[in-house]
Ligand binder design. Sequence first.
Ligand code: CTP
Ligand code: CA
Length: 222
Amino acid sequence: DMLLYSNKDFAGKKILVTAGPTREDIDPVRYITNRSSGKMGYAIAKAARNRGAEVILISGPTKLPRPEGVKFIGINSATEMYNEVLKHFDEVDIVIKSAAVADYRPLEKSEKKIKKSDDDMSIPLTKNKDILFELGKIKKNQLLIGFAAETDDLVCNAKNKVCKKNLDFIVANDVTMEKSGFDVDTNTVKIIDRDGTIIQLPNMAKEEVAHNILDHILNIKR
Ligand code: CTP
Ligand code: CA
């Protein structure tokens, strides 16, 4: 990893980062998931580690190598992510939720492979817990940072999530933009604060976006 910062300005801070998609099993051979490479979350975990933070990375399935020097917890489903996040919430100072959590899961997982028939079929889904919303309700001194990947009404949708989930700020990215979002190494994001202040960052490497997010954490008034 490139050591962009020799400055250990996160020394003594404990950060929980979630990354990647979640996987909701339908049967032993099929699942529902979200489009997410995990690159943004892993970049944040590594940047925070390089700046001296103690990092817990809770990750869904990705193709990325496990970063060294962080506590890594691999999960599959949103329910598993929820349980692990809640387990560690009390001990951390900052939570950055970059994971693309599935909003729904199949109501039941079939233990056997579902066979096709001549008819159309549908799968009943039930809602997953909103992890950030739950954290927003119980947070004490922790800083809570969310992500919002939107295809339309970016600012309006992202602002609503800041209030609804009791976040300190949200990182919003328009996934319809070029060189931004899924699977690429760069991102174009806006940082939106509780008071509505919007900082538009130019297109940059996800490592640089990560450092900008960390810089913003040190700058916010609370
Ligand atoms: N999030 C979460 N738990 C969920 C769903 C989302 O913690 N069950 C978090 C994501 O990790 C992200 C933020 O909430 O940091 C926003 O996720 P997003 O999918 O954009 O928002 P939703 O509230 O799920 O709304 P919608 O999908 O309808 O836009
Ligand atoms: Ca969602």
